[in-house]
Design a binder for this molecule. Structure first.
Ligand code: ZN
Length: 266
């Protein structure tokens, strides 16, 4: 692959990344907090995310910083200030070579499922990727004595503990989503579009599940348990959201392009 082709690919990915940040904000998956990242397409020991600004305001390649996967430190030591929770991303890339994009969000629809003991489960076909059980990671069990106990994933060992939640020890993630107690969620995927889709539909699925649970509780004499997707249905629906991901993506791109709030100069 020649240098020009690599440059073009990275430029396209940067543009997609900025749009992805805007889409996540447009859909309330992130507010001023939360972040998207992608693995460098030609240097797999590096990943890219934005400097310390709200995702909806990322507008140019100058807002991006390249980091090393090994320690989440910037390749350029003179880079602008970065997010304090970038070890969430670096440790997911380190543990899972197939992961190409990561999202961390504080989605308010999802947070109840991080503290209530009620498992988040796939309620409809678009949430099939949630599988048979979404793990909840408890930072309280991962702190070391010197860690600041502010719920933030501030260092490599906390990030590593969170990343381990996605599997049973292998180097392929078994789960697409991990919940974080009293904080939010982290999503992993093979590409930016799929990662954005999973984050948006995790939020939608959580809202549907909350409505189903409260509806059932209000009725008081429901004749059956809530019927979530079966394991087989979840697996098939996961495949469906993989092959159809470009359809919502193209709509979401137009939505943010049509909004005056967002600028993408990449
Ligand atoms: Zn956070």
């Amino acid at each position: 692959m020649d240098a020009n082709h690599e440059k073009t690919t990275l430029e396209q990915l940067t543009r997609k990344f900025i749009t992805g940040c805007h889409i996540l904000h447009y859909h309330n998956v992130v507010d001023a907090y939360g972040h998207l990242s992608f693995r460098h397409p030609f240097k797999s020991d590096r990943f890219c995310m934005s400097r310390y600004i709200a995702p909806g305001t990322i507008s140019s390649p100058n807002d991006l910083i390249e980091y090393y996967v090994k320690d989440a430190e910037p390749v350029d030591p003179n880079s602008s200030k970065g997010y304090s929770e970038r070890c969430i991303h670096s440790e997911c890339y380190k543990r899972y070579p197939s992961v190409q994009s990561v999202i961390h969000s504080h989605s308010e629809a999802v947070v109840p499922y991080t503290i209530s003991g009620v498992p988040l489960r796939p309620c409809f076909h678009m949430g099939g990727f949630l599988g048979t059980g979404v793990p909840v990671w408890d930072i309280g069990e991962a702190y070391q004595p010197d860690d600041i106990k502010d719920m933030l994933v501030r260092n490599v060992h906390l990030g590593s503990s969170l990343a381990a939640t996605f599997s049973d020890g292998g180097d392929v993630p078994k789960h697409a989503v991990a919940l974080m107690r009293g904080h939010g969620l982290t999503v992993v995927a093979d590409n930016i579009e799929e990662c954005v889709l999973r984050a948006i539909y995790t939020q939608k699925n959580a809202a549907i599940q909350t409505t189903a649970l409260t509806t059932r509780a209000a009725y008081g004499k429901a004749t059956q348990e809530i019927k979530y997707l079966s394991e087989e249905e979840s697996a098939a629906a996961t495949n469906m959201t993989k092959w159809s991901a470009q359809r919502p993506w193209k709509l979401w791109v137009r939505e943010v392009e049509a909004s005056n709030l967002y600028v993408n100069a990449a």
